[in-house]
Structures are given as structure tokens and as C-alpha cells.
Ligand binder design. Structure first.
Ligand SMILES: [Zn+2]
Length: 557
């Protein structure tokens, strides 16, 4: 049997020993006071009753202020004796409704539904293990948050969802996990807390504690709940309820503590759980500065490398960018996630906006918002014959539309692979001879857009040829090389000559060799990366040894 005791009624007790000169231990033994409800078992309740009986007697024997203390002690006794078995669950109320989102349930669900619908064509990926999402008011960051939620696979029955974010109001020097609440409420209903897991975390390492005040006013986890509620209600294939949550807020400058948190949390990073890390990015620089700083921080997140992310955060702090208060308020939570994934997961960038993109918002002081999906297993990227045919069609249509003076067509309802961000080269041949070839190396646009843009560039912008004419179009052959998403490697053993292209980056220098380079030369792996380092990235023959190395493949059709 579990009882609830409203400690507001006895919160005056800690004052008693001071007034009476009684040993503090008397008043504190077996009890923990705080401005909250205390859970206690039947056994504890008996201990409390015994304790208060003793206190009552002690007070009567020792006290000069007998009358006052008798009344106090009587109130306490009554509180305890009247304690009814409490079936009522503890619900953390929606403290941020009407601040970060509307408290009107109808309006809220309409707003979230329409934000999610904007990303209906997003590629849901069965390997999604974690999301990084913003937490500003929906007006500013709802669109970016929705882009992340819509990558969650719809057919997966998650056992629990971990919510990690910064503690904006309380300094914890660690993490606080909410061991008190049974539910988190929003205007759309209640979401259950996975009490078993929160208790397990609280007992796993002293770096996890429970500090009620850190959760009371905190918005960064609460604002995620309506997205989860509507996503599961509308899109989940089976369960329509949000899986139980594990709410954790973090504030510490001690990376050793973040590493301890990561160690405790890593065993939970399995197929059955989803992690959601709540963070905004640069705070308060100008629009232009935010775009620059956030792009830098975003690339560090995408690298999946916790040390690099921390180094970039620190470099940003030293950079002297005007009005830059932080480059990620949830930086500690992101670092914890990256320590858990340890470079073995692929971090996909989904969308960036900042508050200056909202209608009528000034661009002098903005906050940046990124969405990322952290994907397990980085499955081999392939294209089906239908997808290849569709890409060729997209290339041809793009050239035709350009000849007709039309802009690039906007395509919707594309499948996952065509929305992957990868590089592409488009080559045009006419009567067996090259008629233009332009490529885009980089993962900053979806594949279908890269193909449409490179087809136009190959037709009209290759400086070696005159722009293509309408008459030539009938005998043009299109060849497309799709560069698969890059994968970080830590040893040349993972690099396969002829199959992989190599990309290296050190500081702001980078260089690459396409896979087919190996077909044209007679170099060993070491020689090939040496040439790439010296001749392409300009970091010296051995510069690749301390550069980040990535591999990719080319699919030619
Ligand atoms: Zn924040």
C-alpha cells in the first residue's frame, strides 16, 4: 500500500530543533522534507507515527513554548493518522501551457497536426535511435521539431522514450531524473512515466539525483510531449498512446559526469527505446552570425564525435561572435548522446531554421534550431531500378523545364532514398561523346534536388560546352553517379580500393578522390590517401593520419 503525505502541512518541522535546542537528528530521522508530496509505504508510515509520538512526548517534556508546540505536534499527528491510502497518481501539470504552446486542446492538436503534415513526405527510417529537436515556442521552432518527429518509424512499438534536455532554471552539477511523477500532463492528456526505469537510473550512479525544482518550471521536455501525443495518435501503426517516458534534465560543466551518465544510459540504447534530446542552438546573435555558428555546430553534431562537438562548442564560446550567449543550450545532453553512440551511429541533419525565419520576427537577435536523426547501423545505401529510372526522369524534366523557362519542379511523395542527402554527378552524352558533366559533392541537399540541379548545370553551365539547345535534347543520354552517404572510418582497414571514394577533413581543409580514381592509377591505399592529403586537401603527405576520414560509394547508371 502506498500513502501520500502532503508535507506542506509539516514543513515547519525543521524549524523546531532550532527553537528548542533539540538534536537535529530527532526531527530529520527517517524523513525527507521538501515542497512536494512524499511517497511512503505502510512500513514507513508506522515509523513516522512512532517518530511523531516520540517527538510529541519530547516536546511536552522539554519545551518552554508548550502550548504552541502541542498544537503543532497535534496537527502532525492528525495529518499522519488521517492519512488515507492514496490511490491518486502524482501528475506533473502542464506548467508551460500558454507560454510555449497553447493551452487549448483543440487548437494545440490542430497546430501540431499541421506542423507534422508539413513533413509527411519525410523519410521514416527504421534505424532511428534518437532525435535532436528544438524546444522553443511552436511558432518559432515547431516546424523544425516536426521534421525530426516525422522520421520516427511508424511501425515500431517502443517500450519507452528517454527525454533528455538542459535544466534551464536549476544548477544540478549532474542530472535530475523525475522519480516522483507517475504522469506528465499536457492539454492533450497524460503521458505515463516509466517509474521502474527512473528508479533504476536514480539508483545507478550518484550523478543522477532527483531535484523537484529542476522539473517544475522546465519547458524543454514538456514541449516535446504534444508532438509525441499527436505523432503516435496519427501515424503509429499499432499503439496510439505515447510509450512511457523517462524524463531527465542535465546541468553540469563536468564532462566526466556526462561520460558517467552516458555509461549508465548506453545499455538502454537498444531497438526497443527511443531517445529524444531537446536543445536549441545559438542564442541571440544576428541572423547571419547564427547561420554561420549553427552550421559549424551542426557539422560537429553530424560528425557523431562527442570530442569534436565539445571542442566546437568551446571554440564558438571563444570566437567573440557578438551576443552569442551559447551555441547550444542543450549541449551537455547532446554530448551525452554522442558519448553513448560513440561515432558508430550516423547522425543525419534534417532541417535548420532560426527565429529570424518566423514571419515578422527581427533578425538582430535570433535563436537557432536544428533537427537531427541519429540512425543505427547505417545500412548500405542502394537504389532500386525504379528509383534509378525516376532519377533519370527528374534529370530530363529539369533540363526540359529549363528550356521552357520554368523553375525546378517541386516534388512531393518521394521515397526515402530520393530524400537522402547525398552528392551526385550528372553526365550528358550525345552520339557517344561527352556533352557536359557537373557534379555536386556534399550532403546538403536531398538526392532528387541534387540530380535536378546538376542536370541543369551539366546542360547549360559546363564551361567546356555551349549551352544545350532544344534540337539536341532528343539524342541526349543521361548518366547519373550517386554518391552514397559518407561513413566515418577510423582505420584504413575499413577503406576498400576501387569500391570506396575517400574524403578527408582537417580543420577547414578537405579533399576527396572518387572511387574510380583507383581504377586509373596504380597506387596502394597508403599512396592514394597520401596523394589525396597532399594534392587535394593540401594538408601534407601524412596529413590524413590526424584528419577525419570518410568513405562513400558511387552508384553509376
Ligand atoms: Zn534552451
Amino acid at each position: 500500500m502506498i500513502y501520500l503525505l502532503d508535507v506542506a502541512k509539516i514543513v515547519t518541522i525543521p524549524l523546531i530543533p532550532k527553537a528548542l535546542g533539540l538534536p537535529r537528528a530527532i526531527c530529520y530521522s527517517g524523513l525527507h522534507f521538501g515542497p512536494c508530496k512524499i511517497r511512503y509505504s505502510e512500513e514507513k508510515r508506522n515509523t513516522f507515527l512512532l517518530f511523531f509520538s516520540r517527538l510529541f512526548v519530547t516536546l511536552l517534556q522539554n519545551c518552554k513554548m508548550k502550548t504552541l508546540l502541542t498544537i503543532l505536534a497535534t496537527i502532525m499527528m492528525m495529518t499522519m493518522c488521517n492519512g488515507q491510502p492514496a490511490q491518486e497518481p502524482v501528475v506533473r501539470p502542464a506548467t508551460q501551457a500558454d507560454r510555449f504552446y497553447t493551452a487549448d486542446a483543440g487548437e494545440l492538436s490542430d497546430e501540431v497536426d499541421s506542423l507534422l503534415a508539413l513533413h509527411r513526405g519525410a523519410a521514416a527510417d527504421s534505424g532511428v535511435a534518437a532525435l535532436i529537436v528544438p524546444h522553443a515556442s511552436y511558432y518559432f521552432s515547431g516546424n523544425v521539431a516536426a521534421a525530426a518527429y516525422m522520421t520516427v518509424p511508424r511501425d515500431k512499438a517502443y517500450k519507452r522514450i528517454f527525454l533528455l534536455g538542459p535544466s534551464h532554471h536549476e544548477w544540478l552539477d549532474g542530472a535530475s531524473v523525475n522519480t516522483e511523477a507517475d504522469y506528465y500532463a499536457t492539454p492533450l492528456g497524460k503521458v505515463r512515466v516509466d517509474r521502474e526505469t527512473v528508479m533504476a537510473l536514480a539508483g545507478a550512479d550518484s550523478v543522477f539525483s532527483y531535484q523537484p525544482r529542476a522539473h517544475d518550471r522546465e519547458h524543454c521536455l514538456e514541449v516535446q510531449l504534444p508532438f509525441l501525443q499527436r505523432f503516435f495518435a496519427l501515424y503509429a501503426a499499432s499503439a496510439k498512446d505515447v510509450p512511457p517516458i523517462v524524463p531527465i534534465v542535465i546541468s553540469t560543466n563536468d564532462y566526466g559526469k556526462l561520460r558517467r551518465m552516458a555509461e549508465v544510459l548506453r545499455p538502454y540504447l537498444t531497438e526497443e527505446n527511443l531517445f529524444i534530446v531537446s536543445s536549441d542552438f545559438s542564442h541571440y546573435p544576428s541572423y547571419e552570425d547564427a547561420c554561420t555558428v549553427d552550421a559549424r555546430t551542426g557539422r560537429a553534431v553530424e560528425s557523431g564525435d562527442a570530442a569534436r562537438f565539445i571542442a566546437v562548442m568551446e571554440a564558438n564560446a571563444r570566437s567573440g561572435v557578438r551576443n552569442l550567449a551559447t551555441s547550444a543550450c542543450g549541449g551537455q545532453a547532446i554530448a551525452t548522446l554522442l558519448m553513448m553512440t560513440d561515432g558508430t551511429y550516423r547522425v543525419k541533419h534534417l532541417l535548420y531554421q532560426n527565429s529570424g525565419d518566423a514571419p515578422d520576427h527581427d533578425r538582430l537577435r535570433v535563436v537557432g534550431y536544428h533537427a537531427f536523426a541519429v540512425v543505427r547501423g547505417a545500412a548500405a545505401f542502394t537504389l532500386s531500378d525504379d528509383e534509378k529510372r525516376l532519377l533519370k526522369q527528374i534529370a530530363l524534366t529539369s533540363i526540359k523545364d529549363s528550356l521552357d523557362g520554368k523553375p525546378v519542379a517541386h516534388l512531393s511523395s518521394l521515397n526515402a532514398h530520393l530524400l537522402e542527402k547525398c552528392g551526385a554527378f550528372v553526365s550528358l552524352h550525345r552520339q557517344g561523346r561527352l556533352r557536359g558533366c557537373i557534379g555536386h559533392f556534399g550532403e546538403d541537399m536531398p538526392l532528387h534536388e541534387a540530380v535536378a540541379a546538376m542536370a541543369r548545370a551539366a546542360a547549360f553551365e559546363d564551361p567546356r560546352f555551349m549551352p544545350l539547345t532544344r534540337d539536341e535534347l532528343a539524342d541526349i543520354d543521361i548518366e547519373i553517379s550517386v554518391l552514397t552517404p559518407m561513413r566515418r572510418i577510423h582505420s584504413l582497414d575499413e577503406f576498400e580500393l576501387h569500391r570506396h571514394g575517400i574524403y578527408m577533413r582537417r580543420g577547414n581543409r578537405s579533399g576527396t578522390f572518387l572511387p574510380q580514381v583507383a581504377d586509373e592509377v596504380d597506387w596502394t591505399k597508403e599512396e592514394l590517401v597520401g596523394h589525396c592529403a597532399r594534392d587535394k586537401a593540401h594538408i601534407g603527405w601524412d596529413g590524413w593520419r590526424d584528419a577525419e576520414l570518410y568513405v562513400y560509394e558511387a552508384i553509376v547508371f
